[in-house]
Design a protein around this ligand. Structure first.
Ligand SMILES: NC(=O)c1ccc[n+]([C@@H]2O[C@H](COP(=O)([O-])OP(=O)(O)OC[C@H]3O[C@@H](n4cnc5c(N)ncnc54)[C@H](OP(=O)(O)O)[C@@H]3O)[C@@H](O)[C@H]2O)c1
Length: 267
C-alpha cells in the first residue's frame, strides 16, 4: 500500500466507527486528516488521540445536510491546508424497517437520502472545483454489500447507497480524464454504533471497525475502482445474470437468519 505522507485526506463520519478508525490509520501513515461529523466532542477525542500518537488531525464539526455549513467547512479546510488530495464520503445513517411498516413514512427515505446521497454529493461538488484546478483528486464512497445482494428491511438505506454508487460511477466516467478517480467500498456488516442499533445483530459475526477502517485506507491510498468481499463480488455477478432467481433464493435465507439471530439473542 502507498504511503499517505503529506496527503490531505477529508474523512466524513469520523466521530465514531469506521471513519474514526480509518482516520487513525491514515494519520499513522502520515496523512493530514480532516475530521468531519456533527458531534464536536467525539471529533475532538479522535483528533486528540491521533495527535497523542504523533499524527496530524483537524476537527471540523459540521452537519452535512446543511448546505451553507458544508460550504463554509470546505472553505475553511482549503484555507487551512491549501488543497485536498482525497475525500472519503463515509458519513451515513441507516434505517431498518420493512416496506409494509413504512407506507406512511416517506420521510425515512428523505432522511437517509439527505445524509447518504445528497450529503455526499454536496460535499463532493463543493470540493471538486479545487480538485479539478489541481488536476487530481480521489473520492471514496462508503457503501454496503447489501447493494450487491439486497437484504430485506433496508429499502431506504439501500436506495440511498445505490444512488451514491451511481453518482460515483458517473464521476469516474465523466471526470476521469481530468484526474478525478473514485472508489466504492462495499462493506459487509461491521460492529459499530450503526449496526448496534439493531438488537438481534448482537449475535451476528461481524467485521471490526478497525478492519473496515483498513478497507477505507486501501480505498484512499491504492485507489482501486472498488473494495469488496469475494462474497459481495460473486453475489453481484449472480444478480447481474439471474436477479430473479438469486432474490427468490436469498430472501427466505435472510428471514431464516433473522429468526436464528433472534433465538440466539434471547438465549
Ligand atoms: N456498520 C455497518 O455494518 C456498515 C455496513 C455497511 C456500510 N456501512 C457504512 O459505513 C459508514 C460508517 O458507518 P459506521 O458503521 O461507522 O457507523 P457510525 O459509527 O454510526 O458512523 C456514522 C458516522 O456518520 C456521521 N454522520 C451521520 N449523520 C451525519 C450528518 N448529518 N453530518 C455529518 N456527519 C454525519 C456520524 O457522526 P455524527 O453523529 O457525529 O454526525 C458518524 O461519525 C456509513 O456510511 C455506513 O452506511 C456500515
Amino acid at each position: 500500500m502507498r504511503s499517505a505522507a503529506g496527503q490531505v485526506v477529508v474523512i466524513t463520519g469520523s466521530s465514531s466507527g469506521i471513519g474514526a478508525s480509518a482516520a487513525r490509520q491514515l494519520a499513522a501513515r502520515g496523512a493530514v486528516v480532516c475530521l468531519l461529523a456533527r458531534r464536536a466532542d467525539e471529533l475532538e477525542q479522535v483528533r486528540a488521540a491521533i495527535q497523542a500518537d504523533g499524527g496530524e488531525a483537524y476537527a471540523y464539526p459540521v452537519d452535512l445536510t446543511d448546505d451553507a455549513a458544508t460550504h463554509a467547512t470546505v472553505e475553511q479546510v482549503l484555507a487551512d491546508h491549501g488543497h485536498v488530495d482525497v475525500l472519503v464520503n463515509n458519513a451515513g445513517r441507516s434505517i431498518r424497517r420493512s416496506i409494509k411498516a413504512s407506507l406512511d413514512r416517506l420521510h425515512d427515505h428523505e432522511r437517509v437520502m439527505a445524509v447518504n446521497y445528497i450529503g455526499s454529493v454536496r460535499l463532493t461538488q463543493a470540493l471538486l472545483p479545487s480538485m479539478l484546478a489541481q488536476g487530481r483528486g480521489h473520492v471514496v464512497f462508503s457503501s454496503t454489500m447489501s447493494t450487491q445482494l439486497p437484504i430485506p428491511l433496508f429499502s431506504a438505506y439501500l436506495a440511498s447507497k445505490s444512488a451514491v454508487e451511481s453518482y460515483a460511477r458517473s464521476l469516474a466516467a465523466e471526470l476521469g480524464h481530468d484526474g478525478i478517480s473514485t472508489t466504492i467500498v462495499y462493506f459487509p456488516m461491521v460492529r459499530t454504533e450503526m449496526s448496534g442499533a439493531t438488537d438481534i445483530y448482537a449475535a451476528m459475526r461481524m467485521m471490526s471497525a478497525d478492519q473496515a477502517g483498513g478497507w477505507l485506507v486501501k480505498a484512499a491510498l491504492d485507489r482501486p475502482t472498488r473494495v469488496t468481499s469475494l462474497a459481495g463480488a460473486v453475489t453481484e455477478a449472480g444478480m447481474a445474470v439471474l436477479p430473479g432467481v438469486i432474490t427468490k433464493v436469498s430472501a427466505p435465507l435472510f428471514r431464516q437468519m433473522d429468526r436464528n439471530l433472534r433465538r440466539r439473542t434471547r438465549s
